[in-house]
Design a binder for this molecule. Structure first.
Ligand code: 5GP
Ligand code: ZN
Length: 145
């Protein structure tokens, strides 16, 4: 995509600190990291979010997330790792090109990832909506309920 900042990074039109690259995906250091080693795993093809990404590209991305998580653990001696993936403005997505954050965690670091619990009285209704048989489930191998 012409004006997309991550597409530009993929095409090397703007500089980045790449740490992984293959024909389908790339990982580079976040310019504004939560911790040292915070990186972003990005599909080379432009998709906006989790709902429109091609399944093969998504599988590739998550495999690279694992690669980076292992490297972060062994090379940076991280104690833990958060994997985050934001979709849509209200979910905190700023760059509209699908990406996974892989964030190293260390004891007593200053990273805060949190949400407040809400009371959901109508769980049955939510269950019904989310297990809807109306829309395509997407996968034949999934247990359809
Ligand atoms: P989002 O909030 O969309 O999930 O996260 C976007 C991330 O991309 C942010 O953490 C931000 O720091 C990072 N970012 C935005 N622009 C650039 C850039 O030009 N280069 C790099 N390396 N990271 C960027
Ligand atoms: Zn893009």
């Amino acid at each position: 995509m012409e004006d997309c900042i991550f597409c530009k990074i993929v095409r090397n039109e703007i500089p980045s600190k790449k740490v992984y690259e293959d024909p389908d995906a790339v990982a580079f250091l976040d310019i504004n990291p939560a911790n040292p080693g915070h990186c972003l795993v990005v599909s080379k093809r432009h998709y906006e979010s989790i709902t429109d990404v091609d399944d093969a590209d998504l599988k590739k991305m998550i495999a690279i997330v694992k690669v980076m998580a292992k490297r972060i653990k062994t090379s940076l001696n991280a104690d833990g790792i958060n994997v985050l993936q934001n979709n849509g403005r209200h979910a905190g997505q700023i760059v509209n090109h699908i990406h996974f954050h892989v964030i190293p965690r260390f004891p007593n670091d200053n990273v805060i990832i949190t949400y407040q619990k809400v009371n959901v009285p109508n769980l049955d209704e939510i269950q019904k909506k989310l297990s809807s048989t109306g829309a395509s489930s997407g996968y034949e191998w999934g247990t359809r309920i």
